[in-house]
Design a protein around this ligand. Structure first.
Ligand SMILES: *Cc1c(COP(=O)(O)O)cnc(C)c1O
Length: 373
């Protein structure tokens, strides 16, 4: 089936007891046990599994063409589970640029858990070759990266990771399953912050891991950590995310079309120094974007001709674009990224990050024009 159909039907069915077309929310924390010790629908306790989480996980696995998915309470809880599943003493190769929470987890906490981390420029394959060693158990990538939209060649990194016996995990939050399919390029684990495009309405937090091979020991450990660690989403959160996913393929069309227009507009604007968007031919990895991505996505960042102060004034002057962090909702957001990331940031001080929403593109462009003016 095509993604539009999977997004609406995978993991869902009409409720057999009531005929309800929209799924009910099952709040029950516990489930009936029969005299022979079995459970009628294999559910026994809410943290272990529940009907709404199972529906969501089925849909996520189908959309990513993976074997199984595990839903978490946030994107960071999903990322934490990957690191917690590694054997003590493991080496991790991770990007120099990426989601600030992921980098903090790897830099500030992973060493205490007995993990060593080498940070590399993932756009340079020779740096990755140099960093990989026999103890490398995980290569973590995020492509396009936050906030400068650098790309990682998933297939080339997968080959290198597998050559030393390491797992390749790919944060696919920005591209979404509609924009990029890491499993077809060799990734072993796909991670999502479902708080973003999958939820899609800036009203629910969640995360997910999807496995290419559900039989691996690593995946069994992650599943066990999901149940025992307990960083799981509530049934209502699962219901909201699954509801959001139904319109994901059509929302992404609007996000991508609007982002392409915004990027082209900014690239021509005299007050703009540089635009970062994989859909522009001026992107340094445009050829890789064409080869690896199915769409260019809905995220754009740009650098103003000026300093942090000017960038912050632009972000405070928009009327339709809301100055706020996060991304992937229907409403357009603008933020000064370096001040959100804080002290250890590598983000240029004149950079503004845009989550291009689903308003009419003419209104979005007019608002950017008056703010830059
Ligand atoms: C938001 C985000 C995360 C973290 O997800 P939360 O749901 O906020 O915990 C991880 N990676 C990327 C690329 C993100 O945008």
């Amino acid at each position: 089936m095509h993604p539009e159909t999977l997004a609406i039907h995978a993991g869902r069915s009409t409720d057999p007891t009531t005929g309800a077309v929209a799924p009910p929310i099952h709040l029950s924390t516990t489930f009936l046990r029969l005299s022979d010790g079995s459970f009628p629908a294999d559910f026994n306790y809410i943290r272990h599994n529940n009907p709404n989480r199972q529906s969501l996980e089925t849909c996520l696995a189908a959309l990513e063409h993976g074997a199984e998915a595990a839903a978490f309470a946030s994107g960071m809880a999903a990322t934490s589970a990957v690191l917690q599943a590694l054997p003590h003493g493991s080496h991790v190769v991770a990007p120099l640029d990426g989601y600030t929470g992921t980098l903090s987890l790897l830099r500030d906490h992973a060493p205490r858990w007995g993990l060593s981390v080498t940070f590399v420029d993932m756009t340079k394959l020779d740096e990755i070759d140099h960093a990989l060693k026999p103890a490398t158990a995980l290569v973590w990538i995020e492509t396009p990266s936050n906030p400068e939209l650098r790309l990682t060649d998933i297939q080339a990194v997968a080959e290198r990771a597998h050559a030393v016996g390491a797992i390749l995990a790919c944060d696919n939050t920005w591209a979404t399953p509609l924009g990029q399919q890491p499993f077809t390029l060799g990734a072993d684990i796909v991670m999502h912050s479902t708080t973003k495009y999958l939820g899609g309405h800036s009203d629910v937090q969640g995360g997910a891991l999807i496995a290419h091979d559900a039989q691996s020991e690593f995946w069994h450990t992650i599943r066990h950590l999901q149940h025992i660690g307990g960083a799981v989403p509530s049934p209502f959160d699962c219901w909201l995310i699954l509801r959001g996913i139904q319109t994901l393929p059509y929302r992404m069309r609007g996000h991508v079309a609007n982002a392409q227009q915004v990027a082209a507009f900014l690239a021509e604007h005299p007050a703009v120094e540089r635009v970062h968007y994989p859909g522009l031919a001026s992107h340094p990895q445009f050829e890789l974007a064409q080869r690896q991505m199915l769409t260019s996505g809905g995220m754009v960042s740009f650098q103003v001709r000026g300093d942090a102060d000017l960038a912050r004034r632009v972000a405070s002057s928009t009327k339709i674009w809301t100055q706020a962090t996060s991304l992937g909702g229907v409403e357009s957001l603008i933020e000064h990224r370096a001040s959100v990331e804080g002290g250890q940031t590598r983000t240029p001080e004149n950079l503004l990050r845009l989550s291009v929403g689903l308003e009419h593109p003419d209104d979005l462009l007019a608002d950017l024009a008056q703010a830059l003016g």
